[in-house]
Design a protein around this ligand. Structure first.
Ligand SMILES: [Zn+2]
Length: 436
């Protein structure tokens, strides 16, 4: 009898588990024919500021944040090929990747995990609803620290570094066998935000932006990570458009934040990571209150987030292409100079990451206009799909193309000397050739 008293509840419990296990749908691979030759590790950490500090993005802000619509995240993905070569990818729901921050994280990554700088790709969503960051390399002076804006940005950026390092370590600890697939879909809410400079001055739309006929990159690339059994573990996806649906005083990842949230919503343990493309001259439309009657800025943001999440769902399931190794990567900095020769030249990062013959990623620093991705996709056309990311590894102003430097306007105002497009594209082509 005594034996039965503990045996009975135990048997009931076991029965319950059996029923539960039958209820759970078994994971289904999107591409069971693709060999699971990779190891992948994923991790995510909340980086929402603990205080309502000053926000980044709009020069016109006159007060610190005062609320939160969404948490902000730093996410890390480690991919390891069959030979043990590793790529670390970090995405941030933040305004940019300060070059100095990336240098420190790269140095620690090499020391602690033996991965060289070429194996680190950091990208920011460029949300304009995140905190101000410290971009300069030297610590603030006593005098500068009297400004709450400078002090908070400095303190926040130091905490951020620790959190990113923690996410990287956690992703290394999560490394296990994985299958990678790739494809892309499209989302249509990005529109060229510049005016049409080809119009004669007397044309009724001559000075009007946005430009529905202007160049766009509406591709939504998606690299899907699943377990050998077919369980979806994460996705790295991209879009080339400013995260500027919102101009309020609430923390939020903007449309990219919602796209990530929706993709994760019904997939426990799944990590969705957003990579910004060459969207410096692209804005999400419709944009800002009053444009669509009865729909608030936040609702428009969520609609764009939903559109992007839908496109990612398409890209993950429509004819997935198997991605196998080997992994190859290269990172170099080219020297960009300013028209004003008294300004010190800037070391500008260009990185190429090759996933066998299936996919080639080109990552470019700072706010890159759409001409770069359209040109590189054409010039690098071959068996491998081309994915061009902007806002990577550096955050130092707009990177206009030759066309935009000639036309002028907002994205041309950084003051770079002419010809930066040839220097940057030339380096990307050279690195790609080197890795063949
Ligand atoms: Zn911007």
């Amino acid at each position: 009898m005594k034996r039965l008293t503990w045996f009975l509840p135990l048997a009931l419990l076991a029965g319950l588990f059996l029923v539960r296990a039958q209820d759970q749908p078994k994971p289904v691979s999107v591409a069971p024919h693709v060999a699971a030759t990779w190891k992948a590790g994923l991790a995510s950490v909340v980086v929402t500021p603990e205080k309502f500090i000053w926000m980044a993005g709009y020069a016109g802000r006159d007060k610190p944040a005062e609320g939160k619509w969404q948490d902000l995240f730093a996410k890390a993905l480690i991919l390891e090929d069959e030979a043990g070569k590793q790529q670390v990818i970090v995405t941030l729901d933040l305004i940019g990747v300060p070059q100095e921050l990336r240098r420190r994280i790269a140095a620690r990554l090499e020391e602690k995990h033996g991965v060289p700088s070429s194996g680190l790709f950091m990208n920011a969503s460029h949300t304009h609803s995140g905190p101000e960051l410290r971009r300069r390399s030297e610590p603030p002076t006593e005098e500068e620290l009297k400004s709450p804006k400078v002090r908070d940005a400095w303190e926040y950026t130091q905490t951020l570094e620790q959190k990113i390092n923690g996410a990287i370590d956690a992703a290394f600890a999560d490394l296990r066998p994985a299958r990678l697939t790739w494809n892309h879909a499209r989302a249509g809410f990005a529109m060229n935000r510049r005016r049409d400079y080809s119009l004669p001055a007397d044309h009724p739309n001559a000075n009007k932006a946005p430009n529905p006929a202007g160049p766009v990159d509406q591709s939504v690339p998606a690299l899907r990570i699943e377990s050998p059994e077919g369980e979806a573990r994460g996705v790295l996806f991209g879009y080339a458009c400013h995260n500027t649906c919102l101009g309020a005083y609430h923390w939020c990842g903007d449309y990219a934040g919602y796209a990530q949230e929706y993709l994760q919503q019904h997939r426990p343990g799944f990590t969705a990571m957003f990579v910004t493309g060459c969207g410096a001259d692209q804005n999400p439309y419709p944009r800002r209150s009053g444009v669509v009657p009865g729909v608030s800025d936040l609702e428009l943001t969520q609609q764009h987030g939903r559109s992007l999440a839908n496109a990612v769902e398409m890209a993950m399931t429509a004819n997935p292409i198997g991605v196998t190794g080997p992994l190859r990567n290269a990172y170099e900095e080219v020297t960009l100079t300013y028209e004003d020769t008294k300004r010190p030249p800037h070391p500008y990062p260009v990185q190429v990451i090759k996933f066998g013959n299936a996919l080639t990623m080109v990552t470019l620093g700072s706010e890159v206009v759409v001409d770069y991705s359209l040109r590189l996709r054409k010039e690098l056309a071959g068996p491998a799909a081309i994915w061009v990311a902007g806002y990577s590894n550096d955050y130092s102003g707009y990177i206009p193309s030759t066309r935009i430097q000639e036309e002028g306007g907002y994205e041309a105002a950084t003051g770079w000397a002419r010809g930066i497009e040839e220097i940057i594209v030339g380096k990307a082509l050279e690195l790609n050739e080197k890795l063949k």
